[in-house]
Design a protein around this ligand. Structure first.
Ligand SMILES: Cc1cc2nc3c(=O)[nH]c(=O)nc-3n(C[C@H](O)[C@H](O)[C@H](O)COP(=O)(O)O)c2cc1C
Length: 199
């Protein structure tokens, strides 16, 4: 399997970094593009440099390189994840702008009817954001805001990064062994209490 991973300049750079870390020890080939604002948020929010993050991927490309192989539908990939995805990149994808490698690769994914998952991050959302998301969703794009869950009792930010990464990879039927232990298994089953006892 081959996946394009793009990281854009929304807060939550670790959501993209964690995907790359999890996929590093798998046979899934990763093709990475960072926007220039992603490089800034990686530097600001994570213990890594942008260069270290590019080294987690099998292949990486400049966002300016519109001639890279992932800019063409003839290069076969299984899908693309943008994590985190800014409202700017989401808007550009919605209108088919293709002015950088991230938006061009996403445009190719859509025209080739492959899977596109946008880990869209902004809050609160205005009408423009919501309309762009709805249009993309109707085209088959998965809008996956990085919302933490609490039923799995996260102990740390690390647990939250993992949870979002696992849910994102679920979209491609990639189920890593470490994801399985934290799945929802029915209300209060872990405490041995039945629903009838609390309602
Ligand atoms: C620290 C930081 C956090 C940001 N967080 C967000 C965010 O959560 N969502 C968003 O849409 N834009 C956010 N932005 C603004 C984007 O970086 C900006 O719109 C930029 O043009 C996006 O370009 P890109 O999509 O090519 O990365 C943030 C900017 C900075 C510096």
């Amino acid at each position: 399997m081959k996946l394009i991973i793009a990281i854009t300049g929304a807060t939550g750079a670790m959501f993209g970094v964690r995907l790359l870390q999890l996929l590093q020890d798998t046979d899934i080939e990763t093709h990475l593009v960072l926007s220039s604002w992603a490089a800034a948020t990686i530097q600001e929010e994570t213990p890594y440099t942008a260069k270290e993050v590019t080294q987690l991927a099998d292949y990486s490309y400049s966002n300016k390189d519109l001639g890279a192989k992932i800019s063409s539908g003839s290069f076969q990939v299984d899908g693309m994840i943008v994590a985190p995805c800014t409202m700017k990149t989401l808007a550009s994808i919605r209108i088919g702008l293709g002015d950088n490698l991230i938006t061009r690769a996403a445009d190719v994914i859509l025209k080739e009817r492959k899977k596109l998952v946008l880990v869209a991050r902004e809050t609160p959302l205005n009408d423009i954001h919501l309309e762009n998301m709805l249009t993309l969703s109707r085209m088959g794009t998965v809008i996956l805001p990085p919302m933490p869950a609490f039923y799995n009792h996260p102990d740390s930010l690390d647990d939250i990064f993992n949870h979002i990464a696992f849910r994102t990879l679920d979209q491609f039927n990639i189920h890593l062994p470490e994801a399985e232990e934290k799945r929802w298994n029915g209300l209060l089953k872990s405490k041995g209490i039945t629903q009838e006892q609390i309602l």
